[in-house]
Ligand binder design. Structure first.
Ligand code: ZN
Length: 113
């Protein structure tokens, strides 16, 4: 359900862009899923198929890329990459981490006609 709502949001965004930039069909949609966002790629693909039906994005290829989880370690005072929420710092093992990236899904790129 979560992914379907996200997919609808993406299609809404594309339709708004189409009005603003005056394009009539979409060739390719690139979505980026943060490693910590809890978005399931397969569910998102299914959601995109369902949401894009009968829209200008109906024939668009959907490419999904993953963005790493990013966090700030208070012990190292450095930015580190983590793969799941609750991971320790890969450098020092500390759990005093502030997640700074990889929590969202974003529309990365759009190829249009
Ligand atoms: Zn650390």
């Amino acid at each position: 359900m979560h992914e379907l709502a996200l997919a609808r949001g993406v299609v809404d965004m594309i339709e708004a862009e189409a009005v603003r930039q005056n394009f009539s069909s979409v060739r390719k949609i690139v979505l980026e899923i943060g490693a910590l966002s809890c978005v399931d790629e397969h569910a998102l693909r299914f959601g995109m198929d369902a949401s894009a039906r009968n829209t200008l994005a109906a024939d668009a290829a959907v490419e999904i890329v993953t963005a790493p989880g990013r966090a700030r370690c208070f012990e190292c005072d450095d930015d580190v990459t983590i793969t799941t929420r609750g991971d320790g710092c890969p450098a020092c093992g500390s759990h005093k981490l502030l997640v700074t990236g990889g929590e969202d899904m974003t529309l990365k790129a759009l190829e249009v006609d």
